[in-house]
Ligand binder design. Structure first.
Ligand SMILES: Nc1ncnc2c1ncn2[C@@H]1O[C@H](COP(=O)(O)OP(=O)(O)OP(=O)(O)O)[C@@H](O)[C@H]1O
Ligand SMILES: [Mg+2]
Length: 209
């Protein structure tokens, strides 16, 4: 089962919908350990992404994701704008001028995106960030490819959900939440939560659901 350009567009629409649905929840998570704007940021960014990309034709992944990245970077300030912008830019660059790729190639692109976040954010696994749900998802895809694409993507969603929950006991080392020190412990990271939604959106789009 290839992952197609149409699936990528569908995943973006699904991500926009879930971010909108969970906007208050994401902002509530950010109010506990940040500045209460993550839901607002992601909703504003993805709404603009859909407005910008929906009417356009795209010849390949790189042109689609470049538009997505540039839109998010221009509309969303703070940390998550540049970080999500970099994630989508690197995904597009890795998928390149193709219009369909294997799920293994999708995992490689997600890894490039993750590395882009880590370089820009100077962040690592365990810092209580977006990395903590995307990294386990990539590993789960690779570990489960033998069982088929659908199983690999389902495993990615389970791993991202686990990774998101695993941020609760973590001490924040990056972003505003790190200013809280020990008081950041006991709260789920908002960015790891939205990134888990992105992985779920990719799986749902690939499954055609
Ligand atoms: N250096 C970083 N590396 C990776 N992810 C980060 C980093 N800094 C923040 N994040 C992610 O961004 C999320 C916060 O996004 P938000 O939209 O609230 O932007 P923000 O308010 O500007 O962030 P912050 O106040 O943390 O700098 C965090 O939950 C975390 O997952
Ligand atoms: Mg915030």
């Amino acid at each position: 089962m290839p992952f197609t350009l149409e699936m990528a567009r569908s995943a973006l629409a699904k991500f926009d919908a879930v971010v909108e649905k969970q906007k208050t929840y994401l902002t509530d998570l950010d109010s506990a350990i940040g500045d209460a704007d993550h839901g607002i940021n992601m909703s504003r960014g993805m709404k603009r992404v859909i407005e910008k990309t929906s009417p356009k034709e795209y010849a390949d992944f790189v042109s689609l994701f470049k538009d997505v990245a540039m839109t998010i970077m221009s509309v969303v300030g703070g940390s998550s704008g540049p970080l999500y912008g970099t994630l989508f830019m690197k995904i597009g660059q890795k998928l390149g001028t193709k219009t369909e790729v294997s799920v293994e190639e999708l995992a490689d692109a997600l890894e490039d995106g993750m590395k882009g976040i880590m370089t820009l954010g100077k962040s690592q696994a365990g810092d209580k960030t977006m990395i903590d749900s995307i990294r386990p998802a990539i590993e789960a895809i690779r570990a489960n490819l033998g069982a088929g694409d659908a199983a690999a993507l389902n495993a990615a969603v389970s791993a991202a959900e686990q990774g998101m929950a695993d941020t609760i006991p973590m001490l924040a080392r990056k972003g505003r939440s790190s200013y809280l020190g020990e008081r950041s412990i006991g709260h789920q990271d908002p960015g790891a939560t939205s990134t888990c939604y992105l992985i779920t959106s990719l799986r749902d789009a690939a499954a055609g659901s």
